[in-house]
Design a protein around this ligand. Structure first.
Ligand SMILES: Cc1cc2nc3c(=O)[nH]c(=O)nc-3n(C[C@H](O)[C@H](O)[C@H](O)COP(=O)(O)OP(=O)(O)OC[C@H]3O[C@@H](n4cnc5c(N)ncnc54)[C@H](O)[C@@H]3O)c2cc1C
Length: 396
């Protein structure tokens, strides 16, 4: 049986970053990931980093490529009733966000872990947690047909929404809060220089749309779609036509049309708000999507994963800093409440952005309120400051 201090389940941004932050503190980890390294490093997901996230990545020693290649954005635009309104993040908060794909963050973290020589097991099957309620937890898994067992002090459950960590906690010990939205996001990744300078979020009568980018040569765009829609129903041509309809002809005309910009990835994701609390059960800690989901409208999913593991790494550092006989669990006890406070602020903001920008079926009263809220936002500097403060992220 192998022994380590912290067994990390999941090599998404939460698990990889936690491993790197703990490595910097001299704390031993093993990382167990169900998928292959190629699959993990190729996955297309988020792309907007709060300045607090950039700070944590700097502390982890993985920000040099981010600083060289990331795009600093000082504002975002909101399209409504044929006009675009700019929210000047920099003027309102003194801060900017950085556009740098989660794929790149993941690659930087994987490279750093490999350089550190820290153990990672990709394609780990049947990962299972044992004795997490007591002081001597164990993790078992199979790799290339061979069974393995790891004894550890703590388990970090960073295995995303569908992972096994949260499900290893008895239902009676968790409270779950959830909202499922009656639509999804159809996302397209395409290789052409973004013909818009900043992200444009559009509330149109045909539904929400987002013009975004991942690099100076790659765009990422989304359309609100029905949960019944299937990828096969959305040819590239149909996607870009609808995109132009929702964002307005001026933006639509900037998308290459002859030939039509081909997608290099296309996916449909349902929108959900979800929080499971507390984030600790015995010797198991939950972090990132394993504990919570936000609809992507506020660009908070990746940023929350980073703040969770930043808090968790601090708690573990404070625990291990004391000599073995004197170790108190007060910092570990505080992790859940500290992280949840920030999680709920991000949940509120993501819900608010989703509520203001999408078409909801049915209620005309709610629609009038949504329009009044948007007009207030465009007219009130105080309302813009509130949005900007949340968009760039609350203090860590
Ligand atoms: C399709 C998609 C698009 C998204 N787009 C955006 C966006 O545009 N903006 C935004 O802010 N956020 C977005 N998000 C959310 C954001 O990407 C996540 O919040 C972020 O990835 C959370 O990181 P994580 O490490 O907590 O979880 P994950 O990235 O989900 O990583 C969890 C890891 O655990 C592994 N795992 C799962 N089960 C097991 C198991 N049993 N054993 C071992 N390993 C396991 C998984 O393979 C995965 O590698 C998107 C998410 C998805 C799914």
């Amino acid at each position: 049986m192998r022994r380590t201090q912290v067994a990390i389940v999941g090599a998404g941004p939460a698990g990889l970053l936690l491993g790197q932050l703990l490595y910097k503190e001299g704390i031993e980890t093993i990382l167990l990931e169900r998928r292959s390294a190629e699959y993990v490093s190729g996955r297309i997901r988020a792309g907007v980093l709060e300045p607090g996230t950039v700070n944590v990545l700097e502390r982890a020693g993985v920000a040099s490529r981010l600083h060289a290649e990331g795009l600093l954005h000082e504002g975002v635009e909101i399209g409504f009733r044929g006009r675009r309104h700019r929210i000047n993040l920099k003027a309102l908060t003194g801060k900017s966000v950085t556009v740098y794909g989660q794929t790149e963050v993941t690659r930087d973290l994987m490279d750093a872990r490999a350089a550190a020589g820290a153990p990672s097991v990709y394609e780990a099957e049947d990962v299972a947690l044992h004795d997490i309620a007591g002081p001597s937890p164990r993790v078992t898994y199979r790799h290339r047909g061979v069974g393995h067992e790891v004894a550890c002090d703590f388990v970090a459950g960073c295995d995303g929404f569908h992972g096994i960590s949260r499900r290893s906690i008895p239902a009676a010990a968790l409270s779950v809060y959830e909202r499922v939205y009656p639509f999804g996001w159809l996302g397209v990744l395409a290789d052409f220089p973004p013909p818009w300078e900043e992200l444009i979020y559009a509330n149109s009568e045909h539904g929400f749309a987002l013009a975004s980018m991942r690099s100076p040569t790659r765009v990422r765009c989304y359309l609100q779609c029905s949960l019944e829609d299937r990828i096969g129903q959305w040819s590239d041509e149909r996607f870009w036509t609808e995109f132009g309809r929702r964002l307005g002809s001026e933006i639509g005309a900037r998308v290459p049309s002859t030939p039509i910009a081909p997608s290099i990835e296309k996916s449909i994701a349902p929108l959900r708000s979800f929080v499971a609390e507390p984030l600790r059960f015995g010797r198991l800690f939950l972090a990132g999507d394993a504990a919570h989901i936000v609809p992507p409208t506020g660009a908070k999913g990746l940023n929350l994963a980073v703040s969770d593991v930043f808090y968790l790494s601090e708690a573990l550092r404070n625990f291990y800093r004391e000599p073995p006989g004197d170790r108190a669990e007060s910092a570990l006890d505080a992790y859940s409440a500290r992280a949840l406070r920030r999680i709920w602020h991000a949940e509120r903001f993501s819900w608010w952005m989703t509520r203001q920008l999408h078409r909801f079926p049915g209620d005309a009263f709610d629609e009038r309120l949504q329009h009044a809220e948007l007009e207030h936002l465009f007219e009130s500097r105080a309302a813009q400051a509130s949005m900007a403060e949340n968009y760039v992220g609350l203090a860590l």
